[in-house]
Design a protein around this ligand. Structure first.
Ligand code: NFS
Ligand code: SF4
Length: 680
């Protein structure tokens, strides 16, 4: 096809300020430009996305193709229509995302099994209370049994969820009753994780399922095996082995790297490795080894979701989110970047070649050509972690010139659903009542979950922070995970007092009373299941409807890029949520002239809404996402018969009120505070 017909947009090279809103990232991008070093940002500028593929109009499922459907009414060589092709591409992405999350969950289950049998060096069961709570949900006996015995049974049950052929995935029982009924009636209740993923691949082999709605029906089932299966299992076991998160003080951005220490950055997703690297970095023998090499010690930090795992449990700083993996290396101060699985760019190895950084792959599933491979094995994890750190320390002497941007911000992460429950009600009456009440009274207008990746095709962090900033002003409580949470952390939204002057009056009252930041960091991407749990508990608490789709809440992934994000979006929609994704739209291309064709984008919207009460939209403009978020929240409030949003009612209490009356004479101040002057 001639190039004019493909209409490749010629993109210009962006300045560092256009590429990212983060000053630390800008500084590193300016340095990369100066040195002529390529990054994902410059490569995104140089390579326009294929506008056929990006709109979902390309099929490469068989050797007769790839077939590119560029005109209305065209089909593939086999006759496949555009809606069939888009649905097949979409379910394949969902299957890959679901597989990635779930395989992580499977490895966690094997680790739990090894720990229960005393075969995993260095690991213990840290949260026995959570172990007992989770086991009890599945009727695993807990009374008079050792944690190891309970863990052994739970590990067996969880391992079985992956290969289960019939019946219902065990964690599904934790969904609201009404939701489970919908899934059962529609036939999308997931059976076994592996079964749904394999079936998704089978159905999309050449010449199989070719009815878009039927394909997408199974996309829902596959995604539910992730959200209410593999991911939920991963979160449960991470908490049991490494502790359920509670607020800790942390820091985020490249400024957490230290000029006089051995900097080791862990990047990827699985806490099994990173937790052991944390333990090894505190070992006196390793610290002495680092000192002998002339460093002050070891400075550990994280990138991507592995950063979130150790940040929310140990307060280990986050060097940045997805798009900062290369930028960390550009500082010249990273002795080793230790990676496990997912979201790791191959470009790291070539980039590291320009500096002294060692890229160390550790997963038996992930190797990168020319990287150092030190294979991780949970049976002798601590020794392996120490070896990895020694490699990094040995590399300290090779460090050249360094440039660490002087930008970092403090944050308080660690808002697991258990902690939110506790913080609202205290230990004796832990409950979601105060949260529901605050929403019902209109102090909190609604809840937005802002999650997901950063994407070099969008100004880095800009959508996350624009949307977060505006929703907070509108009294929307924001919960975040993944790279989105790191974006907000860098902007200072994850601090108690620091963020409150940027928050609407009602939400501010709640934050001051409870003592929480206006944005709650709930963990990594697999921890999006914590958000499902919170929504379920809000429903069970009463007053906000009896299913997730009735709660005034939305989900946003404003800078998505990974297939996992599509799986998350789909299971959230199937759970009843309104989900908006920012950036590329994989179902943008439409076969509007094809007789009887189902428009996939419309099906995601009104079709899914009819079935699940949730819907999925792909939008470019963050302002539009904000507008739709508020409209949706207000519509849900109205449907519940709640008072309309009225911020003028609030803000007359707490710190704001004190500030306001501080300058007044004593009597007037007392009158303002107590409504009268107390008798002396
Ligand atoms: Ni989620 Fe985490 Fe980040 Fe996106 Fe990648 S790190 S699992 S996929 S890029 S949020
Ligand atoms: Fe083309 Fe059909 Fe093969 Fe896809 S499955 S590549 S549309 S012939």
């Amino acid at each position: 096809m001639a190039e004019e017909e493909i209409r490749i947009p010629r993109k210009k090279r962006r300045s560092p300020e256009e590429a990212s809103v983060d000053p630390a990232a800008q500084e590193m991008l300016a340095f990369a430009d100066l040195r002529g070093i390529g990054t994902a940002f410059s490569r995104a500028d140089a390579m326009a996305p294929c506008n056929i593929g990006s709109a979902g109009m390309c099929c490469d499922l068989c050797g007769m193709g790839p077939c590119r459907l560029t005109k209305d009414g065209m089909t593939g060589i086999c006759g496949a229509t555009i809606d069939t092709i888009q649905s097949r591409n979409f379910i394949r992405a969902v299957a890959a995302g679901s597989a990635a999350h779930s395989d992580h969950g499977r490895d966690m289950a094997f680790t739990l099994k090894a720990v229960a049998n005393g075969e995993a060096e260095g690991y213990t069961i840290r949260d026995i209370a959570k172990l007992r709570t989770v086991a009890a949900k599945y009727d695993i006996p807990i009374e008079d049994r050792s944690p190891e015995d309970i863990a052994n049974d739970l590990a067996d049950l969880y391992i079985d969820q992956f290969g289960q052929q019939r019946g219902t995935l065990a964690p599904v029982l934790r969904a609201p009753e009404k939701r489970k009924k919908i899934w059962n009636e529609l036939g999308v209740t997931p059976r076994g994780v592996d079964r749904e993923v394999v079936e998704a691949l089978h159905r999309t082999h050449m010449g199989d399922d070719q009815e878009p709605a039927h394909i997408l029906h199974h996309a829902v089932r596959t995604s539910l095996a992730d959200g209410w299966g593999g991911s939920m299992i991963a979160t449960d076991i991470s908490d049991i082995l490494f502790g359920t998160p509670a607020p800790v003080l942390g820091e985020a951005n490249l400024g957490v790297l230290k000029d006089d220490m051995v900097n080791v950055v862990v990047h990827g997703h699985e806490p099994t490795l990173s937790q052991m690297v944390v333990a090894a970095s505190q070992d006196p023998e390793i610290i002495a080894y680092a000192k002998a090499a002339g460093a002050e010690g070891i400075n550990l930090s994280g990138i991507c979701c592995t950063a979130n795992e150790i940040l929310m449990r140990q307060g280990i700083p986050a060097a940045g989110n997805f798009l900062q993996q290369e930028l960390a290396i550009l500082t010249g101060a990273v002795e080793a970047m230790v990676v496990d699985v997912q979201c790791i760019m191959q470009a790291l190895v070539t980039l590291a070649d320009e500096f002294h950084t060692k890229i160390i792959t550790t997963s038996p599933k992930v190797r990168i050509k020319d990287a150092t491979h030190i294979e991780f094995d949970e049976h002798n994890a601590l020794s392996i972690a120490k070896n990895i750190l020694k490699e990094a320390i040995d590399n300290y002497e090779n460090r050249g010139e360094i440039r660490i941007p002087d930008y970092k911000n403090s944050l308080i992460p660690g808002f697991s659903h258990e902690y939110i429950n506790y913080m609202l009600g205290g230990s004796y009456r832990a409950s979601f009542r105060p949260l529901n009440d605050a929403i019902m009274a209109g102090r909190i207008r609604g809840v937005a979950a802002i999650v997901g990746c950063t994407n070099p095709r969008i100004q880095h962090d800009s959508h996350h922070t624009t949307i977060t900033e505006e929703l907070l002003k509108q009294d929307v409580l924001v919960v975040e995970t993944g790279c989105s949470a790191i974006a907000s952390a860098k902007m200072g939204f994850l601090l108690g007092d620091a963020g409150l002057d940027r928050v609407g009056p009602g939400l501010r009252e709640v934050c001051e009373t409870v003592g929480i930041p206006p944005v709650l960091h709930m963990g990594s991407c697999v921890d999006n299941t914590r958000i499902l749990t919170v929504l379920t508990q809000m429903v069970e608490e009463g007053g906000l409807g009896d299913d997730i789709n009735e709660v005034p809440a939305v989900g946003l992934a404003p800078e998505w890029m990974s297939e996992k994000a599509l799986s998350i979006a789909t299971y959230c929609v199937a759970s009843g949520a309104y989900v908006m994704m920012g950036g590329s739209n994989p179902v943008e291309g439409r076969g509007d002239k094809i007789p009887d064709s189902v428009l996939v984008a419309d099906y995601f919207d009104s079709g899914w809404e009819e079935l699940y009460g949730g819907k999925l939209q792909f939008l470019d403009d963050p302002e539009e996402m904000i507008r739709r978020t508020l409209d949706h929240i207000d519509a849900k409030r109205e449907a519940l018969g709640l008072p309309g949003y009225d911020p003028t009612q609030f803000g007359k209490s707490g710190d704001a009120r004190l500030e306001e009356i501080e300058g007044l004479p004593l009597e007037e101040r007392q009158a303002a505070l107590y409504g009268r002057v107390p008798a002396s």
